[in-house]
Design a protein around this ligand. Structure first.
Ligand SMILES: NC(=O)c1ccc[n+]([C@@H]2O[C@H](COP(=O)([O-])OP(=O)(O)OC[C@H]3O[C@@H](n4cnc5c(N)ncnc54)[C@H](O)[C@@H]3O)[C@@H](O)[C@H]2O)c1
Length: 393
């Protein structure tokens, strides 16, 4: 669908569609609640990067312009999903959710059950079904521009030969009955093929295949990912540069994470967790430039609800090889950390599309554990890169 980027040209107040894959999950629900609460003036913009100084006047879409739709495997009403995230289980205040119940119910109109992957059919059938829903959303919401955001359950790592497959190879596989392709990559294909920018907030493969980068280049569509950087890894990307800059030698950096929401339950499966631990594990060696002993553990503790705790224990050496340690404990509300970043990413990817940028957006590395098209992991450097890029300097 050439000419797709033209569809993404915009004026900042016209509706901007946000299609959430995993639309009834904790991150998606908190994102929708947060956007409505901001629009109605029930909350402020704490935690939103795009509302901070460097981004004023840069032409970002108004937060009031966002219209939400999405797919989920479940049909839990949004109001119920929001109440399930109320304190003490999650970050939402019960009074706020009660206040927004009507608008949350209205948001249901654009949510759809995710298409099924049917045995015996080629994956292209699934792609077509997704595209039908996306096209219908564009029409019914009045949003000419739509950004597709993956906030669905983490998938296991794909076979490594898929990563380097070229676009022609992927196109062939899409037509093979029962060909096994990750659902996140099929959603990414569906979006990019329609000229809709794609954001992968999860550790799943999404658009990070060579073939999908080629498709994004060919269609003139930007994409961003992977795996939102919201907690322990955010801290790593601040602290590891300090050790490097001071010439302190990190000998060992081990991190133990406990969390209790549905994401925690999914990550209790070691096969699924492999994609998360891979993306969490590479930040420290990439920043230090050498490989200390590292370990990332993630364990499910149901009583924690949406709260996650990370305890990191770092052994390092100073002058005269003096052994020292640093420990930190980070306690965050998972969805409250993630939701503002989803809003930021939607606005920044939309801005990139309006400027004709295509392919992986390296300047958005600031938001991700495993950034596409960028090898910079130091948070300060990533922030400088982001600000320079958005200002066009
Ligand atoms: N919260 C954070 O700080 C954070 C940070 C980085 C990444 N993430 C990632 O964001 C994702 C969402 O996290 P969450 O806490 O909202 O999880 P969640 O389990 O609450 O929500 C995931 C939703 O995805 C739906 N889903 C699963 N497969 C689907 C499919 N094929 N199509 C459509 N919907 C599907 C599920 O039914 C569920 O409603 C996870 O992959 C998580 O690893 C979260």
């Amino acid at each position: 669908m050439d000419g797709a980027t033209r569809d993404q040209r915009r004026s900042s107040d016209e509706p901007l569609g946000v299609w959430l894959v995993g639309a009834r999950g904790a991150v998606a629900t908190t994102t929708i609640v947060g956007a409505i609460a901001l629009k109605r003036g029930h909350t402020g913009s704490v935690g939103l990067v795009t509302e901070s100084d460097p981004f004023h006047g840069s032409g970002l879409a108004s937060l009031d312009a966002l219209v939400f739709g999405g797919h989920d495997l479940l049909d839990t009403p949004l109001v119920k999903a929001a109440h399930a995230l109320c304190r003490d289980v999650g970050p939402l205040a019960p009074d706020l959710v009660r206040l927004l119940e009507d608008e949350l119910s209205t948001s249901e109109q654009h949510l759809r059950l995710a298409p099924a992957i049917v045995a015996g059919q080629p994956p292209r059938e699934f792609v077509r079904a997704v595209q039908r829903d996306l096209a219908e959303f564009r029409t019914s919401s009045g949003a000419r521009r739509v950004i597709v955001v993956n906030v669905a359950t983490t998938e296991p790592l794909p076979p490594s030969d898929l990563l380097g497959l070229d676009l022609a190879g992927l196109e062939r596989m899409l037509d093979v009955p029962d060909a096994r392709l990750p659902t996140s990559a099929l959603y990414a294909y569906a979006a990019i093929d329609m000229g809709m920018p794609y954001v992968n907030f999860t550790p799943s493969v999404g658009a990070s295949l060579v073939a999908l980068e080629a498709l994004a280049q060919a269609r003139g569509v930007p994409h961003a990912g992977r795996d939102g950087k919201t907690g322990e890894t955010l801290l790593k990307s601040v602290l590891a540069p300090m050790f490097r800059m001071r010439g302190l030698q990190v000998r060992s950096w081990v991190g133990f994470n406990v969390l209790g929401n549905a994401d925690g339950l999914a990550l209790a499966d070691p096969v699924t967790a492999a994609s998360k631990t891979e993306s969490k594990g590479k930040v420290v060696p990439a920043i230090l430039g050498y490989e200390p002993h590292t370990l990332v553990r993630i364990d499910y503790v149901p009583t924690l609800g949406d709260w996650k705790t990370a305890w990191d224990f770092i052994q390092f050496e100073g002058f005269l090889r003096t052994p020292m340690t640093l420990q930190f404990t980070w306690q965050g509300a998972d969805s409250a950390l993630a939701a503002p970043l989803v809003l930021d990413l939607v606005r920044l990817v939309d801005l990139a599309a309006s400027r004709g940028e295509r392919g992986g957006l390296g300047h958005l590395a600031f938001f991700f554990k495993s950034p596409v098209s960028c090898e910079v992991h130091d948070l300060a450097e990533q922030h400088a890169l982001l600000c320079r890029h958005v200002k066009g300097s």
